[in-house]
Write a protein that binds this ligand. Structure first.
Ligand code: EPZ
Length: 429
């Protein structure tokens, strides 16, 4: 599956045109989780026999990670709505800069590549709009598993004849570090214990996929994960969990635009913190078996949030929630504890009439009656999503530029919103 440069060129120049104040009605089906499918795709490098992922969202990030592992020797084929990934043998153990630059999650190749071949050479992932995004905890884990790490000329190289199980304490419950270390430890000799591990549902989904491949992982979803290394892993068929952040995004969309939307294909437990904060904001949400119904249009109460690792309020919902608080009947305080620079959407929201003050990692949002449409730009994935939500609720026309950021994490966003009655179109310059 080669990435066509035309594809990227076209997408980078795309923009959304939104005519606001259209209530949303109907049902929207949530896609499989981007942040679960990316590590699961890299984990397929650990098996010599094919893996079949039943439902895989058609996202730019999925194309990027698929092309990256094809460079290493994987064959990635679309099968219906899913992917068949075969890696009978590796032909390279180096992930080139072009992929890591495009998507930091390419660094999730490191763990499986090191475990499968004993050597991995990956371009050092840069920072991104929302923060410096260090990888020190990933490297700490690989070192403790017995790898030698060399850094230089923009590359990180890890080598190990045989990884050996170890006790690894994560100074911060990093999602990516937990995932990379689990993948490396799966083929290590002996037991590994990861302490202060990330508890996100996407970590659990990765562990479930690896166990289906023959791994022996216990405790995923808690702070202590035990991985008993095995000799070999085999291809498996797997169905990825629904995207809790996409679900939260649509719940907030209906809360802001008004209407009555059934958000289908949801694991309610995964969005408990989002549901709790929606209810605190006065939004009526009803949980069902695998779905949530949201009744929008009522008064939005000012509500404070503080982003935390799971099961706290997710940082990936902070921009969207901030958009909603710009319409609250009072003042809200939002504190971002996970990333150091995740307020890029503030200035764009202010162009739409929002009254927001930033002070360090805290923002104070003085809610107002209305937002007005304006030309704005997406600076990163979730900031872009927040601007779309603001456009749905604003008076007049909103144009969101740089929607290539949004294409990374939302499958068919325009089609799904139009299906609910939104007036939104994509324009390719
Ligand atoms: C994952 O990123 C997600 N991405 C992010 O989603 C999400 O925001 C983040 O987890 C937190 O939930 C994917 O799963 C592909 P972290 P990741 O390592 O793994 C510090 C989206 O919008 N840290 O948990 O990179 C780091 O500085 C994206 O879908 C270290 O200090 O997140 C940050 O402050 C955005 N050293 C904090 O941990 C390390 O070695 C959280 O990072 C690694 C991380």
């Amino acid at each position: 599956m080669a990435i066509s440069s035309k594809y990227y060129l076209r997408r980078i120049m795309s923009r959304f045109i939104i005519k606001g104040k259209r209530e949303l009605y109907g049902t929207v089906k949530i896609s499989p989780a981007k942040n679960a499918v990316l590590p699961i795709i890299t984990a397929s490098l650990l098996a010599k026999t094919p893996c079949l992922l039943e439902e895989v969202p058609d996202l730019a990030d999925v194309r990027t990670i698929s092309s990256a592992i094809e460079i290493l020797g994987a064959r990635v084929e679309r099968e219906g709505g899913g992917l068949k990934i075969s890696v009978p043998q590796m032909v390279s153990n180096e992930a080139p800069y072009e992929f890591v630059r495009k998507m930091r999650a390419s660094f999730l190749i490191m763990g499986p590549l090191l475990a499968r071949t004993g050597r991995a050479r990956i371009s050092t992932p840069g920072g991104c709009a929302i923060g410096s995004r260090p990888i020190d905890l990933h490297l700490k884990g690989f070192c403790l598993l017995g790898a030698q790490i060399k850094q230089g000329q923009g590359f990180i190289e890890a080598c190990a004849d045989k990884l050996v199980g170890s006790r690894i304490y994560l100074d911060y419950p990093s999602v990516g570090a937990t995932e990379n270390i689990i993948m490396a430890a799966s083929l290590a000799k002996g037991m590994s214990i990861i302490e202060n591990a990330a508890e996100e549902p996407e970590v659990v989904d990765l562990a479930n996929f690896l166990n289906a491949m023959g791994a022996r992982i216990k405790g995923a979803g808690t702070k202590v994960i035990r991985v008993e290394g095995v000799q070999e892993l085999y291809g498996a068929s797997y169905s990825v969990i629904p995207d809790r952040i996409e679900a939260g995004t649509f719940l907030v969309a209906a809360a802001m635009a008004g209407g009555n939307v059934l958000v289908d294909n949801v694991i309610c437990e995964h969005i408990n913190p989002i549901l709790a904060k929606l209810r605190e904001s006065g939004v009526r949400v009803e949980e069902g078996e695998g779905y949530v119904r949201v009744y929008g249009g009522g008064e939005i109460k000012p509500t404070d949030i503080k982003t935390m690792p799971y099961p706290g309020f997710p940082t990936d919902m902070q921009p969207q929630f901030m958009a909603m608080m710009t319409l609250a009947a009072g003042t809200s305080v939002i504190t971002e504890t996970v990333f150091e620079n995740r307020f890029m959407h503030v200035n764009e929201l202010k162009r739409m009439g929002a009254r927001i003050k930033v002070s360090g990692r805290t923002t104070i949002i003085q809610g107002s009656e209305r937002l007005s449409g304006a030309k704005v730009k997406a600076t990163d994935l979730r900031a872009g999503a927040a601007l779309v939500l603001a456009g749905l609720a604003a008076e007049g026309i909103t144009e969101v530029g740089n929607v290539s950021h949004i294409d990374r994490g939302y499958e068919n966003l325009v089609e799904k919103l139009r299906g609910l009655g939104a007036e939104i179109t994509r324009k390719d310059d």
